[in-house]
Design a protein. Structure first.
Ligand code: SF4
Ligand code: SF4
Length: 201
């Protein structure tokens, strides 16, 4: 079996930014993960998506089930995968890993999937990771409580207007609840990284 080519931090971060800015589908190896379909977020639809009879919505957002999961998540799968909204296609949770990458040391892993963002491994990676981290600190400094994924996308230079997932519920949470949510994401990412590291041994 051939060894997979190692990921390069700067290349992955740039790819995330490029895909988000161009509207291309994100390239994330989701496997069985459906975490982002269960998150406290609302997927806003475009006019064309609102007119698609396959998608169940309230006139603006996809409907959700009582437990908060998307209405189209059935038995752990997206029942409208081929027609899923642009927001779902573009979502790239690796931005969280980018956001959490402490400039030079911490490797990143998604909150739920195993699409890794590599540890910075050469001078270009290090310079890029440092710039991303600085940008992230600036963004978070300007907008305390901003969601880590959106901040991660912004940190890799995706303009705010391209941040596709509306996180209004997060914005309406109390600062304590939002802080707890972000801390929870960090814990999940750390646990997953530990799991991935254990698998590698
Ligand atoms: S439409 Fe599909 S991909 Fe999008 S949130 Fe719902 S279940 Fe997930
Ligand atoms: S959280 Fe990431 S890995 Fe999981 S389903 Fe969403 S995009 Fe895929």
């Amino acid at each position: 079996m051939s060894t997979p080519k190692p990921l390069k931090f700067a290349a992955v971060a740039r790819r995330i930014a490029r895909d988000r800015a161009s509207g291309a589908s994100a390239v994330v190896d989701c496997g069985a993960c459906t975490m982002c379909c269960r998150e406290p977020q609302r997927v806003e639809l475009t006019p064309a998506e609102l007119a698609n009879p396959v998608l169940r919505h309230d006139g603006k957002h996809l409907l959700r089930q009582p437990d908060g999961a998307c209405t189209h998540l059935v038995d752990g799968r997206c029942e409208v995968y081929d027609q899923r909204p642009r927001s779902c296609r573009a979502f790239d949770c690796r931005a969280l890993a980018v956001a959490m990458c402490k400039a030079l040391s911490a490797p990143g892993v998604t909150r739920a999937g195993y699409s890794r963002v590599a540890r910075p491994c050469d001078a270009e990676d290090v310079a890029y990771a440092t710039a991303v981290h600085k940008n992230l600190l600036r963004i978070v400094g300007q907008a305390p409580g901003v969601d880590a994924v959106d901040a991660g996308c912004a940190a890799v230079n995706v303009p705010e207007s391209e941040v596709v997932l509306e996180r209004r519920e997060l914005l309406t949470m109390s600062p304590e609840a939002r802080g707890e949510w972000i801390a929870q994401q960090a814990r999940i990412a750390a646990d997953l990284w530990r799991e991935v590291s254990d698998e590698r041994r």
